[in-house]
Ligand binder design. Structure first.
Ligand code: SF4
Length: 218
């Protein structure tokens, strides 16, 4: 198993979750947050993109922000990037419905620019509350921007990906954003290596019998 890059800065002391109560709490959080206007992205969004998936998910996938298709649909990771993410998850042994998928920002930055500091500060409480409800065993961060934002660093993706990183008490792994893989297919091999490291850790946590290294690359 890969070594630790960062010191654990907070223990995740949450108790065992109930799927029904997690689902109800997520719905309540959605109802509270869906009309959020804490930053200027509320003025330009078409749709608030809360996140979706299994309220009892052990794996939570986090990207940086909705894109145009997500803004139009209200769903995270749809379109070509979403289809590739689905393939990556399937190669790791997950159906999309088994995991929970969300972004740091819940509203689309115009032109898909990177999130601004004030947008992150204002939006982060929604994500942190989501994670508090979901209590994931593993978090997969997609892309350098998401990882730099959550880990509050400016390290390169190559420095962070493919190894266990502790963040807020969660076991986290980092790999390429699917949109980057679409632009640079040669990076798919590295992504698959990252996912294998994550799944080896997952298997060690859950003795996941159906996981084997024979799964095909995405
Ligand atoms: S990006 Fe986040 S903080 Fe800004 S309006 Fe949307 S939900 Fe609120």
């Amino acid at each position: 198993m890969q070594g630790f890059l960062f010191e654990e800065n907070e223990q995740n002391t949450s108790q065992q979750k109930s799927p029904a109560s997690a689902s109800a709490e997520l719905q309540s959080l959605f109802d509270t947050s869906k009309s959020c206007s804490k930053c200027t992205l509320a003025e330009t969004r078409l749709t608030f993109v809360f996140g979706e998936g299994n309220p009892a998910a052990n794996l939570v996938v986090i990207g940086e922000a909705p894109g145009a298709e997500e803004d139009a649909s209200g769903r995270p990771f749809v379109g070509r990037s979403g289809q590739l993410l689905d393939k990556i998850l399937q190669a790791a042994g997950f159906q999309r419905e088994e995991v929970y998928i969300c972004n740091i920002l819940k509203c689309r930055p115009p032109g898909n620019r990177n999130p601004l500091h004030d947008e992150i500060i204002n939006c982060m409480p929604w994500l942190l509350r989501q994670l508090q409800i979901l209590q994931p065993k593993i978090i997969l961060m997609l892309g350098k921007v998401a990882a730099n934002t959550l880990l509050e660093n400016s390290l390169s993706l190559g420095t962070m990906r493919g190894r266990l990183i502790k963040w807020n008490g969660y076991d986290c792994f980092i790999t390429y954003h699917p949109a980057a893989l679409l632009r640079n297919p040669n990076w798919k091999r590295g992504c698959w290596e990252d996912i294998q490291v994550m799944m080896q850790h997952y298997a060690s946590m859950f003795d996941r019998a159906q996981y084997t290294e024979k799964r095909e690359k995405p």
